[in-house]
Design a protein around this ligand. Structure first.
Ligand SMILES: Cc1ncc(COP(=O)(O)O)c(C=O)c1O
Length: 496
């Protein structure tokens, strides 16, 4: 074995060295780390792919793929016929792919990230390598009707419409906006005309547009506490001051201290509060609309998963109650179809329609008209309704199974120390724990056991009022719900 092979083998032998990544990526990470640490100096020669593969006991193709990636990113250079050499990384910009470095060698100069950048990246909520049981919010995209979609998409491409290859104009593809308008009027009691609907690349972008167009740096945004991370990050990135408003079982609960502040934006998930699942009561809705009118603030209503209500009547939107003048309503196809589709919509109050359309175009240059056209057909032909109905049944059954499994294995703790939320909608349950429980520690233990639950306290801006664990059930098969549900319940029972 060459010394280089030995060093790389030792790094790869560490069980926690990028444990979840595929072999080729681990080897790439090991070589890159060695280069940054100067253990592989500039100009030194790497073993041949054949020798290294033999030394490490892995396939030669794996080594070749890792070398190719290192070469593509400039970490090594290959000289035809003579081998692969380490490049001079000191000459490279320090920002080069810094995000992938293990923490100990992340030698970023302090000024590299802005203050905002450092704040936004300290909390790696987005890092995810694979779907694991109970990840909250993940929809079951494996049941997406790929064949049907493909047929519709092929048809759109066959029509050969050049206009669909252009940027999206006027808020997006008209037939899709018409289909959404009809759906929102009928199913969500949204007060809307086609003109008010803008197609965005999802709620994240809808929120960002609102933050850019309706508030200035330093302005205050009231956010629910606990709050959806995605929204929080967008507002922080736009330098808004976040004012947390406590959520109880009736939703956002404004008190005198809150009312003493002056928000420009108010972010709410009234149909199904994320993450607690609270439904905002009618009295609270009225009080919120009244407060917003008095403060001259815009309400941003994120209606992210109303399609998944398993019993009772669907709740009308807050926007409909207001008549649509002060509320920007937003929805997404991330949950109902698949997250990577990156299609969402916002309903702008009449006064904001033109500014939003022009800003959407100027700031984002929207596109994906082929996808929008396919989606319009998918809805018009009834596939959307069928798919939602099917998912609702699957999720409803999984939710019930998870509840029963947890209850069974929590034993006498159920209802006493650990209460399972009785939410009738959404993609996750909350196992509520006593105030004194350390839900972050339970979360860490669950992660070690391969469960992707989240701690409720992690969603708070102010000191957490409630403790608990969020367990998603939508993308977990029934067999896994039984198996891992038992693991989760046992873990809670044994560590409370
Ligand atoms: C509260 C909430 N809003 C919105 C979204 C999705 O938004 P997007 O359309 O950006 O995927 C999520 C996804 O997890 C969510 O939890």
């Amino acid at each position: 074995m060459t010394p280089v092979s030995e060093m790389l083998a030792a790094m790869l032998a560490q069980a926690d060295f990028h444990a979840r990544l595929p072999r080729q990526r681990r080897l790439y990470e090991a070589a890159k780390a060695a280069i940054y640490q100067n253990r592989l100096a500039a100009g030194s020669k790497l073993p041949s792919s054949r020798d290294l593969a033999a030394d490490l006991g892995i396939a030669r193709n794996t080594v070749i793929a890792a070398f190719e990636q290192l070469a593509a990113e400039g970490y090594v250079v290959s000289a035809a016929g003579s081998g692969t050499y380490v490049a001079n990384v000191k000459a490279m910009a320090p920002a080069h792919d810094a995000g992938a470095e293990p923490a100990d060698i992340r030698m970023l100069p302090p000024a590299m990230l802005s203050r905002r950048g450092a704040e936004l990246t300290q909390f790696a909520a987005g890092a995810r390598y694979e779907i694991q049981p109970f990840a909250p919010g993940d929809p079951d995209f494996s049941s997406f009707p790929v064949k049907q979609w493909q047929r519709l998409q092929n048809r759109v491409w066959r029509e050969g419409r050049a206009d669909l290859l252009d940027y999206g104009q006027s808020g997006g593809y008209l037939p899709l906006r018409q289909a959404i308008t009809e759906y929102l009027r009928l199913s969500r009691s949204v007060s809307v005309s086609v003109d008010q609907v803008l197609i965005t690349s999802g709620t994240q972008q809808s929120l960002d547009l609102c933050a850019q167009l309706l508030a200035d740096a330093g302005d205050t945004a009231w956010v629910e506490d606990p709050c959806y991370w995605g929204a929080r990050r967008v507002f922080q990135a736009r330098d808004l001051h976040l004012h947390p408003v406590t959520v109880d079982e009736d939703g956002m609960a404004l008190d005198a201290d809150d009312l003493a502040t002056v928000p420009r934006l108010i972010y709410v998930t009234p149909s199904h509060q994320y993450p607690t699942g609270a439904v905002m009561s009618l009295a609270r809705r009225r009080a919120l609309l009244e407060a917003a009118a008095r403060k001259n603030a815009w309400i941003l209503e994120d209606d992210y998963d109303s399609e998944f209500r398993y019993s009772g009547r669907p709740l009308a939107s807050l926007q409909g109650l207001d008549g649509g003048n002060r509320v920007v309503y937003m929805g997404t196809f991330s949950k109902v179809l698949y997250p990577g589709i990156k299609v969402g919509y916002l309903v702008a109050p009449p006064a904001l329609v033109e500014p939003f359309k022009s800003a959407l175009y100027d700031l984002q240059r929207p596109g994906q008209m082929m996808v929008q056209a396919t989606l319009a057909d998918f809805i018009a032909l009834g596939h959307f309704t069928t798919h939602v109905r099917k998912l609702r049944q699957i999720y409803g059954a999984r939710r019930e199974l998870l509840r029963r499994t947890l209850q069974k294995h929590l034993g006498r703790h159920a209802g006493e120390l650990a209460t399972i939320s009785r939410q009738e909608s959404g993609l996750h349950l909350v196992v509520e724990l006593p105030d004194w429980a350390d839900d972050a520690a339970l979360h860490a233990l669950a992660r070690e056991a391969g469960l992707a639950v989240n701690a409720l306290s992690a969603y708070y801006l102010a000191p957490p009022v409630r403790k608990g664990l969020l367990a998603g059930y939508a993308y977990v098969t029934e067999e896994k719900i039984k198996r891992y549900g038992k693991v989760l319940a046992t873990l809670i029972r044994d560590n409370l």
